[in-house]
Ligand binder design. Structure first.
Ligand SMILES: [Zn+2]
Length: 358
């Protein structure tokens, strides 16, 4: 090996059977304790690996150790018990592997913070703060039930639970003061944020700013079949989670203001947003209110969107819309992109929360 460091991969799931002591190992210990050379057994394979001894082998061991029926009974019971435990262990292993397959998608969200487990499955349980996979699945089902009540799209319950859990863990690390709705509203309406609208780097620094108003803003990378954003409340403090779904800065701004709308308008209510600005007839009241809030702040109302979707012009540029509606160009493009309006001419700004997870 030289001085090359060998990196030992942690197993996904440890087979509990490997921890069981075989009758051969047990007998080997007895031989050693009595100063008897196990080679006298005359076995062709190693004694340690023996999961079962024949009657003749047991008799031979008793003779070598000068023992009678009591050792023979002990060894027979030992291997019977081993067989029972081994069957249970195999079943547990099979089940754990199946559970791991359902859970492994959340591994990147562990952010290398959970590494003390025997195997990766253990690390995942530590991340969720539970003792069994069943607890994860039960918690996931209740989050998914709330999601379905609020959304019309499909969800992956385990992914959603993990995405939310990541937010809680980051929230616990933040030192958030009292929530101040007035100060939050003042900052939003003061439009100081418009100066940094084009900068993904500055967007990523917003959590520091929002902490001043007792709002916890956490960016968690999108994982499949989860949400654009969420708002939950802990001890009267809002936890706002935004995902980088679409990897688009303008979309992130929209999600942020949509969620801040929920914070200001729907105090203490838990919201999971699987869709955004969905103009379908099924949009619930609270969603309409949060969309209206975001549209008012970001686009000075709904007319820009209407003009884009009416397609009354053969060409529509972001600059034209920006000037007409007094909005930043990046935000004017948001609707042009949504409407697939001359897509080759629309400029997107990339944003990627995975940067924090490398
Ligand atoms: Zn919403």
């Amino acid at each position: 090996m030289g001085d090359t460091q060998q990196i030992i991969e942690k197993p996904n799931v440890v087979n509990p059977r490997t921890a069981l002591c075989t009758v051969g190992e047990e007998l080997g210990d007895i031989f050693r304790a009595n100063g008897v050379d196990e080679a006298k057994m005359g076995l062709r394979t190693s004694l340690t690996k023996k999961e079962k001894l024949t009657d003749n082998q047991i008799k031979r061991a008793c003779r070598l150790l000068n023992q009678g029926e009591s050792l023979a009974t002990y060894l027979r019971n030992f291997q019977k018990e081993y067989e029972r435990k081994s069957k249970l262990a195999s079943a547990a292993y099979k089940k754990a592997k199946k559970n791991y397959a359902r859970l492994k998608g959340v591994l990147p969200l562990l952010k290398n913070e959970f590494e003390d487990g025997l195997d990766r499955l253990d690390d995942i349980l530590d991340f969720f703060g539970v003792d069994s996979e069943e607890e994860v699945f039960a918690g996931a089902d209740s989050a998914a039930a709330l999601f379905r009540k609020q959304n019309n799209v499909r969800v992956d319950p385990v992914n959603l639970k993990a995405w939310l859990r990541r937010g809680e863990l980051d929230f616990q690390k933040m030192n958030i003061g009292e929530y101040d709705a007035q100060a939050l509203r003042k900052w939003i309406e003061g439009r100081e944020w418009q100066r940094i609208i084009d900068s993904a780097d500055d967007f990523l620094k917003l959590p520091e700013k929002l902490m001043e108003f007792g709002v916890a803003l956490v960016f968690v990378p999108f994982i499949p079949r989860t949400v654009y954003g969420a708002v939950r409340w802990f001890d009267g403090k809002p936890l706002v989670q935004v995902s980088d779904r679409d990897k688009d800065l303008a979309t992130c701004w929209f999600t942020l203001f949509h969620e801040l709308g929920h914070v200001l308008l729907h105090h203490n209510e838990e919201i999971l947003d699987g869709e955004l600005n969905d103009k379908g007839g099924n949009t619930r009241r609270k969603e309409k209110e949060a969309n209206k809030f975001a549209n008012e702040i970001l686009f000075n109302g709904d007319n820009l969107r209407k003009e884009v979707f009416s397609r009354s012009h053969d060409t529509l540029s972001a600059s034209y819309l920006a000037a007409k509606y007094d909005v930043p160009r990046l935000l004017a493009s948001y609707w042009l992109i949504k409407a697939q309006y001359q897509p080759y001419f629309q400029v997107r700004k990339q944003v990627d929360f995975a940067l924090f997870y490398q």
